[in-house]
Each structure stands twice: as C-alpha cells, then as structure tokens.
Design a protein around this ligand. Structure first.
Ligand code: MG
Length: 394
C-alpha cells in the first residue's frame, strides 16, 4: 500500500499575502489543487494525506470536493498540521492507514511535478529504501561572509538542489522520525531526517521546472512554465432533450424553477452534455454516449457535472487543459440569463479554469421548431484545448 503526504500547512508569510500560498491561483486554479491533481493521476498511490492549516480545513474540503470527482476525493485524507513542517508531515503520516508500506512526501506549493518524476522516485525508494528528487547545481557557488565579501568558490561537483517528492519505506520513515525526536533534530526536509538517522538515501533526477512557489515572482515564472503551448485541438458538441412534466430542469449544474424538466437517463443537463461532447471531440475520443451509456444503471440520475469531471480527467491525462469553451442554449422558456453566471462557475470549477474561459449564451428560435414550441431544449458547444504534451495520439 502506497500513501502520499502533501504538507500545505504553511501560512505563506514570505508571499506577504493574507491567503496561504497553497491557495493562491495559477491560471485560476489553486496551487494545492494542481499539485494534488497530479498525485491523483498516479493510481498506485491509494491515499493522499493533505496537511492543512487548522483554520483552513473547511474551505479546503469544499474546494477539493468541487475540484475532484467523488472517487478521487475519497482517496484524500484532510488533516490539520502542526507548528513545524516536521510536525505536519508526522500528522500526515499518522493519518495514513497503518498498512501503508511506502510513502511519498511532496510540497503542496510544487505544482509542476510530473507523474513520471513521482513514479521514478517511488521506484527508487522501492529498490533502495529511500529516495529524494533533485537537480544538479549548475551555477557557480560562492561562499560569502556577512559583509558581502566573497570568501571563495565552492566545488559544485557533488552538489544537488533537493526537491520533492521524497519517498521512503514506512518503517524507515518511522525510525528516522523517532531518532529526530529523541535527539531534538529539526530537518528542512524528510531526507535530512533519514540522513541524520544514518539511513541511505538515493538521489533521483527531478526537473528544473519542478519549482517551489515561495515568493510572488515564482508565481509569475510558474505561469510562464504552465502557459507553454505546443498543440491545440478544437471540438464541437450538440445535444437536445425533450421537456416533460415531473422532472427538475437542470442546466449547467443549476436547478432552475420551471414547470417542466428535461427527460433523460442522467440529470439530462443538455448544456453540460453538449459541452462534454465538444471536449471528447477535441480529444478524438468519440462521444458521451460511448463513455457513459444510458443503459448503465450507474449513470441513472447522475449529476452531469460529475461526468464532466471524468471527461476532464481524460483531458488532463492527455496533458491538455481547456483554453476556452463557448456554449449556446436554444430555449424558448424559461429566461436563462439570471442563471448564466452560476452555470459558468459550475463548468469552470469542474474544468479547473477561471470562469472567463467559459461563455454561455441563450437564444430563442422566435417560436419556430421544437425549441420554439417548447417541446425541448438544445445546446451547441465548441471548445479549444491547449496541450503541453507532445500529441494526443496514444
Ligand atoms: Mg444528452
């Protein structure tokens, strides 16, 4: 059994901002959500203990529930941190199941880690007991005294910058923490505790992009890294559902007050269906009928936003993100404008993007056709995906 600990209990004082840095947003997504999302993609990690400031547990719970599917959220364990990083990591460890054999520790504010780095680090730990991710020092290093005078040049030959994740067998982790506790040792990372206890640690190559967001400038640098675009894909979707009595009308995850609702196997959210079909179209992955068949009882009355999160997981797995989406509802009644902001927010949250990347508009057909006769509602959608993966091919 493999578990991860993501310490994110810091107050972010170095950012000089009222909100802890792990909740700061990069392209509209909190750093912590981005970081956790990458760990959730590594399926062999069954549990992820997210260690948070005690006064942010409730907000974090809401944020994470909104950001991930129910199945993904079930793998998360939210726990309050301690006064130090060391205490917080220990709190995370205590929250993982007792049968956990290997653990990975990763900074919540290191959102550019990749699944490859995580898997390599874990593999090294499984072979050698403990591993830390890092990159060789490339700049020349100077030793400088308190007055600013250079004392000399440090040999960088053997020097590496330590990053996270750091992975270790649970029994070695336990031994290192007990030793640190007994000797009053405080380390700046998990590997230093292992070293202090005489436990060998393997260095494994990380990435220059795997930076820790610590100061305001880092966020900007991170935005540039994240913004790198190598590929774009466009997709189109269309859907229509019949209006019937005795059903709740749901559009874009919003329950509208109207005498009629849409007929369907799921919640019949025609807007979200057209949008999902556009996303699947952009990925070259068929349509929602193929992925979520209406013959499957699992999808009976399911919230279409839940299905959208599953479609977005496919998008991210192929290393794409949503650049923008534009949706047109064709609907005679009710008036939809008052509900549009909430619909946009719902779709944006499920896609982990800012709301201004989603546009929703509604039109009537001047009482012509099925929509005009109020027999049903239709929706058209187009999306653009941008990717920093090489291509969409499998
Ligand atoms: Mg449909």
């Amino acid at each position: 059994m493999i578990g991860a600990i993501i310490p994110a209990a810091g107050t972010g004082s170095r950012m000089g901002m009222p909100v802890p840095k792990q909740f700061l947003e990069l392209n509209g997504v909190p750093l912590l959500v981005r970081t956790i999302g990458i760990f959730l993609q590594v399926e062999k990690i069954q549990h992820i203990a997210v260690v948070l400031p005690g006064n942010h547990l409730d907000t974090a719970e809401q944020l994470l529930k909104k950001s991930f599917s129910a199945a993904q959220y079930r793998r998360l364990i939210l726990v309050a941190g301690g006064a130090t990083r060391q205490a917080s990591v220990l709190a995370g460890f205590a929250a993982l199941p007792a049968a956990t054999e290997y653990i990975l520790v990763h900074d919540g504010a290191r959102p550019f880690v990749s699944t490859e780095i995580i898997e390599n680090c874990l593999q090294e730990a499984m072979e050698h007991g403990a591993a830390v991710v890092g990159v060789p020092v490339r700049d020349t290093l100077k030793e400088v005294d308190a007055t600013g005078s250079v004392l000399g040049t440090v040999d960088r030959e053997k020097l590496w910058h330590a990053q996270t994740p750091q992975a270790v067998a649970a029994q070695l982790f336990r031994r290192a923490y007990e030793h640190a506790d007994a000797t009053g040792f405080m380390g700046t990372d998990e590997a230093s505790l292992l070293e202090h206890a005489g436990i060998p640690v393997r260095m494994t190559e990380g990435s220059e992009q795997n930076i820790k967001i610590t100061r305001p400038g880092d966020l900007e640098l991170g935005g540039n890294l994240y913004g790198a675009v190598s590929m774009q894909r466009i997709g189109h979707g269309f859907d229509a559902h019949r209006l019937v009595g005795g059903r709740q009308l749901i559009l874009g995850g919003v329950s509208l007050s109207h005498a009629l609702g849409l007929e369907g196997h799921s919640d019949a959210d025609v807007l979200t269906h057209a949008f999902m079909d556009a996303l699947l179209g952009a990925l070259g992955e068929g349509d929602i009928g193929g992925w979520f068949p209406d013959t499957d009882p699992a999808y009976r009355n399911i919230s279409s936003l839940e299905l959208l999160r599953q479609v977005m997981a496919m998008v991210w797995k192929k290393k794409y993100t949503l650049s923008n989406g534009d949706i047109t509802l064709v609907c005679q009644r009710p008036k939809l404008a008052p509900y549009v902001p909430e619909m946009k927010d719902n779709l944006a949250a499920a896609c982990q993007v800012e709301s201004n990347r989603i546009n929703i508009k509604a039109t009537t057909t001047e009482r012509m056709g099925f929509a005009g006769r109020e027999e049903g509602i239709a929706a058209h959608a187009v999306v653009l995906l941008q990717g920093n993966g090489p291509s969409v091919s499998k």
